[in-house]
Ligand binder design. Structure first.
Ligand SMILES: Cc1cc2nc3c(=O)[nH]c(=O)nc-3n(C[C@H](O)[C@H](O)[C@H](O)COP(=O)(O)OP(=O)(O)OC[C@H]3O[C@@H](n4cnc5c(N)ncnc54)[C@H](O)[C@@H]3O)c2cc1C
Length: 388
């Protein structure tokens, strides 16, 4: 959807304002309670549907609003400022699932699934990771065997966000060996269905405690061929292109998390008095705040650049998105670390938002490619392939 610069600026400002109000009024007051309960209420997902956040970047033809990446990144940032579990839901549901179906689905598949994903009537999950296949996606062991006009999937997936509440699962399985490497294919599974079980992980997560994470067991799961996404063997490419969307959401969410930490640290530095003055009047405290502010602004600028590169279809979008995810999540981690120190015992106690941010940020450094892997993506893209 093409818009003039003024229309784009108006859209960005109004969507950001809508997301900010949602974050401050509907999410922030409850985020700690959801974290303790280990669950996001379905009502908050429905509210994101009503506000257009689940549909944002999808085209109007499929129930979406046609928002550009820069505009949608502002939604991730505002929600990430107060709750990474809610922001994480959105990055998986919309970034990894809906936008992937929009990019790679046939017209019939888009018409079948996107409208219900756009409203939140259906929830999506993205199943790539396995016990033996984390960073090394090519070692996926889940298999898909052709049987008539169906595929039979067997294997397991782990740490799959939204899996216990999902109505639609995007799954990746090995369909063949091609030159010693796994040939992967993508499938969409409508849930519930026989042969698909979501089990508890059996561990208490460090962060994102309100998110739903599950282990999937796929046992003789029969998937009709018309639910194959893209061509046989295109699964790796499809999985990676979905991650370009999701990673932008993670990067923007990290900027928000860093801002949330800075806001708390500034407020506390103005209010807390020790040695007869505000702690914010100590230059060492000001230096910490200045570092947090500068790094978050730099991260925000980089996320904006990556989002605009995605909007322009630039050739270096993958590298820029990796750089944005790497820099923003590391900057946010430093901000969370400083915020806990600056708030003293208050930031150390459970129930304070900076304590939750401090735990949550670790997840952002791991999922959708660890930050080691993003350094590899950036480095390899700079020096080219070995034969170059
Ligand atoms: C909160 C959370 C939510 C998640 N949600 C999902 C989801 O919805 N769907 C999904 O499919 N997965 C999900 N995951 C899984 C996540 O994507 C993987 O954990 C991640 O890809 C890393 O894999 P791994 O944990 O097996 O680590 P490993 O790949 O085993 O890596 C272990 C360490 O080795 C390093 N390493 C590995 N290879 C290299 C290399 N070549 N060079 C340098 N260092 C290397 C890594 O950076 C890391 O530090 C989630 C994980 C978390 C924590």
């Amino acid at each position: 959807m093409s818009r003039s610069a003024d229309e784009h600026a108006d859209l960005l400002a109004s969507v950001r304002e809508r997301a900010r109000r949602f974050a401050d009024e509907d999410v922030a007051p409850h985020a700690g309670e959801w974290d303790r309960a280990g669950e996001l209420p379905r009502a908050i997902i429905e509210r994101m549907g009503e506000l257009g956040f689940l549909a944002g970047p999808l085209p109007t033809t499929h129930g979406g609003s046609g928002w550009d990446n820069e505009t949608f990144a502002s939604v991730y940032e505002e929600i990430g400022r107060v709750c990474s579990s809610t922001r994480g839901f959105l990055a998986v549901h919309t970034g990894l699932v809906s936008q992937c179906l929009e990019d790679h689905g046939s017209d019939a598949q888009k018409a079948r699934w996107l409208p219900s994903l756009a409203t939140g009537e259906r929830i999506g999950c993205y199943g790539l990771t396995e016990e033996g296949a984390g960073s090394d996606v090519s070692s996926i062991a889940t298999t898909a065997r052709a049987q008539g006009d169906h595929w039979i999937l067997d294997g397991s997936k782990t740490w799959i966000t939204n899996a216990g509440v999902a109505d639609l699962a995007l799954l990746f399985a090995r369909t063949n060996e091609a030159g010693g490497r796994a040939e992967l294919t993508a499938f969409v599974v409508e849930l519930p269905c026989a042969g698909f079980t979501a089990e508890p992980l059996g561990v208490e997560p460090l962060g994102h405690r309100a998110s739903d994470h599950a282990r999937l067991v796929l046992s003789g799961l029969s998937v009709p061929d018309d639910q194959r996404l893209g061509a046989v063997g295109e699964g790796f490419k499809i999985a990676m292109s979905a991650l370009d969307h999701g990673r932008l959401g993670v990067a923007a969410g990290a900027v928000g998390l860093g801002r949330g930490c800075l806001e708390e640290a500034v407020t506390h530095s103005r209010e807390r008095r020790q040695f007869g003055q505000r702690i914010g009047d100590f230059q060492m405290v000001q230096a910490d705040l200045a570092d947090m502010y500068s790094e978050i602004e730099a991260a925000s600028a980089l996320v904006g650049r990556a989002a605009r590169a995605a909007d322009a279809g630039a050739s270096d979008v993958t590298r820029l998105t990796s750089a944005a995810k790497l820099f923003a999540t590391e900057a946010a981690q430093r901000a969370a670390n400083k915020a806990v120190l600056l708030l003293g015992n208050r930031g150390y106690g459970s129930g304070h938002s900076v304590e939750r941010h401090y735990r949550d940020i670790q997840g952002l450094r791991i999922y959708e490619g660890t930050n080691h892997i993003h350094r590899l993506i950036i480095g390899r893209s700079l020096v080219g392939k070995p034969s170059d």
